[in-house]
Design a protein around this ligand. Sequence first.
Ligand SMILES: [Zn+2]
Length: 230
Amino acid sequence: MESCIPPKNHIIIIFDILIKDYSLQTIIYNFLFGVFGVCPSCGVENCFKIHSNYFKYYYWERIQILVLYCKECKKFHAVIPSFSLPGTSLGSQEVEQLYIGVNNNQTYLEAGKGLLENGISEDHLGYIVNKTIPRMINHMQTMFPGPRQTSEANYAAIAYDGLEYIEYFLRPDTCEQFILKINSYCLSHQVNAIFCSRYNIINFTKRKSGVYNSNKITPSSGDGIALDST
Ligand SMILES: [Zn+2]
């Protein structure tokens, strides 16, 4: 298996695992036992082969990421561990705690304790809460309208926002692990994981231009290719 630089067109496969249990060998072991059976892009079973690996940052640590190749749809898939927020060096759990905490009236210092302990600046906490996560929720609402489906007009006032939307969407679950749950939901509906920091196109299926009118998302004119999901 060759090492590679993170390509720009990875689709994510999320693997639920704790950092203490994580290694490239563990992921390969799970692959060999058929854990990653269905391709999230084309839905075909048992069509993956191991392609390569690359390094991704988890805070200041570098972790090895396995890349699978789907022989059916010819797309690459990065197996991202659930504790690592796709497209960033942040931890998923700490970002969830920050967002939920601030929405429940905790201070940034309280809610962001986990991130601050890992060397993330206080300024960055505000950016995550006020920019990054609302942007992801906006994308989510565009792809999976939820409460807006009952609205007469497509772009009527949003009934729920932020944490309310997440709670609505995940019910009857709690918001715990909302990033993992939302990303897993997306992948099972042929949409790449929403909670990535860098991407342009998120739908795997062919769509006619104009289906998504949101000014936040530019639909692909052709095949919905994967996005940068490293
Ligand atoms: Zn495929």
